[in-house]
Design a protein around this ligand. Structure first.
Ligand SMILES: *Cc1c(COP(=O)(O)O)cnc(C)c1O
Length: 214
């Protein structure tokens, strides 16, 4: 489909929802793709933030592609925390222990690391993130960590062939972000980005739809 088509989908969904398309940012998910593919299929269109989900895969690409805003979107082990301090945003902070480690590493380097708290709204045991009822306490604790800046919430919706079925999940993430006064909502992927944009996404994480052949 390509990146241009993805931008068009985002814009149409935003307009239909009465939102300014500029209020939704595309994060191009580049896991599994080489620096050359990333240059040819993403960076020729502009300087979009790039999302990576594995530290070992991301680091060499970060060294090779300069001047890019990198976002970390996958499960993060605490022993890898020191390697993600150069990311512009960590979408996937899924536990207080991870947050405390990131906070410590960031403060050691005199940095403040922007983060999102991942919420497991589908309550799927195999998925990561805070449960909704854990959020009040978790958000208070995250806000108290001086090496981190909590900017919003992120969720990975349950997999479905029918994107409309995940609408309540996205609507709930938006309500929670509003409730806690958090500006960023990272939600929506290739298959369900329209629904996510309609429900208030500010960051959509799209991989397959950018890179798959027509
Ligand atoms: C891979 C990935 C995406 C992108 O999914 P696509 O269906 O390829 O668009 C989004 N979010 C996370 C957390 C991912 O790991």
């Amino acid at each position: 489909m390509g990146l241009a088509k993805v931008l068009q989908r985002i814009e149409q969904a935003a307009r239909r929802a009465g939102r300014d398309p500029a209020s939704v940012r595309l994060v191009a998910v580049t896991k599994g793709h080489s620096p050359q593919e990333i240059r040819q299929q993403v960076l020729v269109y502009g300087n979009y933030p790039l999302g990576e989900s594995r530290v070992q895969e991301a680091l060499p690409k970060m060294a090779e592609l300069e001047g890019v805003e990198w976002h970390f979107i996958g499960p993060l082990q605490r022993n890898k925390a020191k390697f993600v301090l150069d990311f512009a945003l960590i979408h996937s902070v899924d536990s207080l222990r991870l947050a405390q480690t990131l906070d410590q590493k960031a403060r050691e380097k005199g940095r403040v690391l922007p983060i999102l708290a991942e919420v497991n709204l589908g309550r799927e045991p195999q998925k990561h993130g805070f449960l909704e009822e854990e959020l009040p306490e978790a958000i208070a604790q995250l806000r108290a960590l001086e090496g981190l800046e909590l900017r919003g919430l992120m969720t990975v919706a349950p997999y479905t062939e029918e994107p409309q079925t995940v609408r309540p999940v996205f609507a709930q993430l938006s309500r929670l972000a509003d409730r806690y006064g958090l500006p960023e909502r990272s939600m929506g992927m290739s298959g369900d980005l329209e629904v996510a944009v309609q429900e208030g996404a500010t960051l959509v994480r799209v991989g397959t739809a950018i890179f798959e052949p027509d």
